[in-house]
Design a protein around this ligand. Structure first.
Ligand code: BEZ
Length: 386
């Protein structure tokens, strides 16, 4: 009996300094992002933004130095569970940051939920992440698929369009984006007459463009991003459609892509939670710092990476580096306004940004802000029980 008591006390004495050591040593950030494939540039921009914020804090968050463990998730959902399990169980990361592709992010959310690991999603819009999968340890610094698409549905209806065709990759983000566009567009009196799609990450658009030409809608709504967005915009113009049928998109269509799209993107209208010409002191200083550091102009992905690091810092500072204090971490993030380059925002109860969605137009190499299409738009968080 005494022996058992002594060994229990000994275990506690040994375990306590170990747990403390874990919270005062380096803070391990598992960056699970695409570094190859159609979304490669998006992953790099997110990492750049994240590192920029950390550098502005002198390389430390909550008093802890940052150590990065990186995985190229290749935007491949079939590899996602293995990849995230390695970060959690082999590398023992303190926080997961990822990913771009919604299918990958949903696998990450499941593992994060099952293992109670902190997860900050710096892009993927999958509605489920802050819907049915929502959890106290899961946060998103970006958007839900619903947000920019719903705003564009309202814009299209207000412009008087009656008949729309949608086109996207066939996966969660694409499906959700066109569904949200339809929801708002049909509420405003329009009708989506056809949903077209192709498997991710395919870029064989020709047959679908021929179908659009035959259907003659008033407007086409699209969700494509990265390399696929570049090719789609160029093919749409080359097919002669740009002159006759306005192409609207969630803003990923023209963000981080304008150099490659050139004149074919000129004039396109999109909706997103960021624009290149906000011209606020906060955004100007972010853009200057980003351009100086990376010799590149930032895009929405860079902003989302930067804000993912801000969310981590708000929570980690509140718990003085002790990430075991998950409830206190969440409480701090929930009550803090995040000072984003996009404009300050709060997270909803489901941990998704409540944010302005801008109507933008491509002018030269910029996504120029025309107006606020939807003020402080909150995702409906359907199915979130938290
Ligand atoms: C997504 O899969 O959720 C996504 C990918 C690229 C841009 C935006 C969303």
């Amino acid at each position: 009996m005494n022996l058992l008591r002594t060994s229990l006390i000994a275990t506690c004495v040994i375990a306590a300094p170990l747990a403390m050591a874990q919270n005062t040593g380096k803070l391990k950030v598992g960056l699970m992002l695409p570094y190859t494939g159609t979304y490669a540039a998006l992953g790099t921009a997110i990492e750049n933004g994240f590192r920029l914020f950390v550098a502005e804090q002198g390389g430390k968050i909550g008093g802890r130095e940052i150590e990065y463990v990186k995985v190229d998730d290749e935007s491949d959902p079939s590899k996602a569970t293995d990849n995230v399990n390695k970060l959690v169980k082999r590398d023992h990361v303190d926080v997961l940051v990822g990913s771009v592709h919604s299918g990958v992010a949903m696998a990450m959310a499941k593992v994060a939920k099952d293992t109670n690991t902190l997860l900050i999603v710096p892009n993927a819009g999958a509605d489920a992440v802050t819907g049915p999968m929502c959890a106290p340890n899961i946060f998103r610094s970006s958007f839900s698929s619903w947000q920019p698409a719903y705003a564009m549905g309202e814009v299209a209806a207000k412009k008087g369009a009656k008949k729309a065709v949608t086109i996207t990759h066939k996966y969660a983000a694409g499906d959700e984006s066109v569904r949200a566009f339809r929801e708002a567009f049909e509420k405003g009196g329009g009708q989506v007459v056809k949903d077209l799609n192709l498997p991710f990450p395919g870029v064989e658009f020709q047959a679908l463009l021929t179908e659009i030409a035959a259907l003659k809608p008033d407007v086409v709504y699209t969700f494509f991003a990265g390399g696929a967005a570049v090719k789609f915009v160029k093919d749409y113009a080359a097919a002669g459609l740009k002159k006759s049928i306005p192409l609207y998109g969630a803003g990923f269509l023209t963000d981080g892509t304008l150099d490659a799209q050139g004149a074919d993107a000129d004039g396109l209208l999109t909706t997103l939670h960021y624009a290149d010409s906000l011209n606020t002191p906060r955004d100007n200083s972010f853009r200057l710092a980003y351009a100086k550091t990376y010799k590149l102009q930032p895009d929405v992905y860079a902003v989302q990476g930067y804000d993912a690091a801000q969310i981590l810092a708000i929570g980690t500072n509140a718990v003085k580096g002790d990430l075991n204090k998950k409830a206190e971490f969440a409480a701090a993030v929930e009550k803090t306004k995040i000072d984003s380059p996009r404009g300050a925002f709060m997270l909803s109860k489901a941990h998704n940004p409540v944010q302005d969605i801008y109507l933008r137009q491509v002018v030269g190499k910029e996504n120029k802000m025309l107006s606020v299409a939807s003020k402080a738009l909150a995702d409906p968080a359907r199915g979130c029980k938290m």
